[in-house]
Design a protein around this ligand. Structure first.
Ligand code: SAH
Length: 385
């Protein structure tokens, strides 16, 4: 077994429950290739087993405090624990995140399930070295018809890994139909964004559907995910996105659910909202679910300006009593910053805005208190007076 020696700061951080050990805290790197290694403290005390990524800023991702083999049996036990947690949630639907990386003690592993199809992302060199055992464990526990790797993500570059989309097992169709709280929609695992869908919004979509009424607007709609739920109770729904292929699926999804009152608009949301304001259109229900405007910490200020603009415009378009469900999936925009941004937007909109509910990511994307990075989705349901 190769061994890494780390400094006191690293051991303290890890003992507090955070699994990352940064490059600057590694005193002696392991002599071997990426993969599982033993980790010892400054004085040689055994700390646990971690995944070694030689090129990454995050050199080690801790797996366990036990001195144990990181083999098929290890991965089976971890995947089973993650799957059992989802089972107990009683998720309404056939799509869910089965493994949320660090928050499931499976650092750098993302696994989403769409019915019989499983889509994975292996996001570190250390984990990539365990690919065959991880895959075998997923097949053993989840018994899927196919497993697709959506490794076309930038973070892999920092790990010295390729960015490929690869069929790892069985068969995976280009389009999979899933169900979510009574709504059916199509997912494109190979070509869709992320692993094919945004599962972190499942519970928020259901809630927005319950509150929707009148004239509804879904901004940044992707394949119509919120729009479909809004359509259950709204008289008319407008779904806006800049992606033509996503909107084409939104059209199919609407027809599949028998909704003929969803209008699809391919446009830049910022331009669209401005035009609606000029035309004096009013909405009773609005959803604002933009992409992560702040991908990096140094982009936060610019991102906050964009979040504020879109929320300010949405607030102005609300009818009296109208509902705004608004979100940010930027990790670097903290909950207090998100609230401050909404306060500033409401002040500029010059109307009292009620904070009805604080929202977050769906429970199959667990947040671990000691791992702030596991929480990224902030949300609020607001109401105009
Ligand atoms: N609400 C969706 C997820 C939205 S992801 C769901 O619950 O599934 C963000 C979406 O915003 C993507 O579909 C992307 O195509 C779209 N997008 C990004 N920038 C945009 C812009 N300026 N105008 C319109 N759409 C945009």
């Amino acid at each position: 077994m190769y061994v890494a020696r780390v400094n006191r700061r690293a051991s303290a951080r890890w003992r507090r429950g955070h699994p990352w050990i940064f490059r600057s805290d590694v005193i002696e790197p392991p002599a071997g290739p990426p993969g599982p290694v033993g980790v010892i403290g400054e004085r040689g005390d055994f700390l646990g087993m971690g995944l070694w990524s030689p090129l990454s800023q995050i050199s080690l991702r801790m797996l366990t405090a036990q001195e144990t083999a990181i083999d098929f049996g290890f991965w089976v036990a971890r995947v089973r624990a993650a799957a059992d947690y989802r089972e107990a949630l009683g998720i309404e639907g056939t799509a869910c995140r089965v493994i949320h990386g660090e928050a499931d003690h499976l650092p750098s592993l993302i696994v989403d399930r769409y019915g019989e199809t499983v889509v994975v992302q292996l996001l570190s060199a250390g984990l990539e070295a365990c690919r065959s055992d991880v895959l075998a464990a997923l097949i053993e526990v989840l018994a899927p018809a196919g497993v697709l790797a959506r490794n076309d993500v930038g973070v892999r570059r920092a790990e010295g890994l390729g960015e490929d989309i690869e069929l790892l097992y069985g068969t995976v169709p280009d389009i999979v139909e899933v169900e979510e709280s009574g709504i059916r929609y199509q997912v494109a695992p190979r070509t869709g964004q992320k692993t094919g869908a945004f599962l972190d919004q499942r519970e928020n979509r259901k809630r927005a559907g319950e509150l929707s009424h009148g004239n509804a607007l879904d901004c940044f709609s992707y394949h119509g995910s919120f729009a479909l739920h809004l359509a259950k109770c709204a008289a008319a729904v407008v779904a806006v996105d800049s992606s033509g292929p996503a909107l084409a699926r939104a059209g199919d999804n609407a027809a599949r659910n028998g909704f003929w009152h969803i209008q699809l608009v391919e446009a830049n949301v910022f331009d669209f909202l401005r035009a609606q304001e000029t035309a004096r259109v009013r909405y009773d229900t609005i959803v604002v679910d933009p992409p992560a405007f702040a991908k990096r910490r140094d982009a936060v200020d610019q991102a906050l300006r964009a979040y504020k603009e879109v929320n300010l415009r949405a607030m102005k378009l609300l009818s009296a009593g109208g509902i705004l469900a608004t979100f940010s999936c930027s990790h670097h925009v903290s909950a207090p910053l998100f609230r401050e941004m909404l306060e500033s937007a409401a002040a500029d909109a010059q109307r009292p805005i009620r904070w009805l509910e604080t929202r977050g990511q769906a429970r199959d994307h667990p947040e671990i208190v000691q791992i702030p990075e596991s929480a990224y989705l902030k949300g609020a349901i607001l109401q105009a007076e």
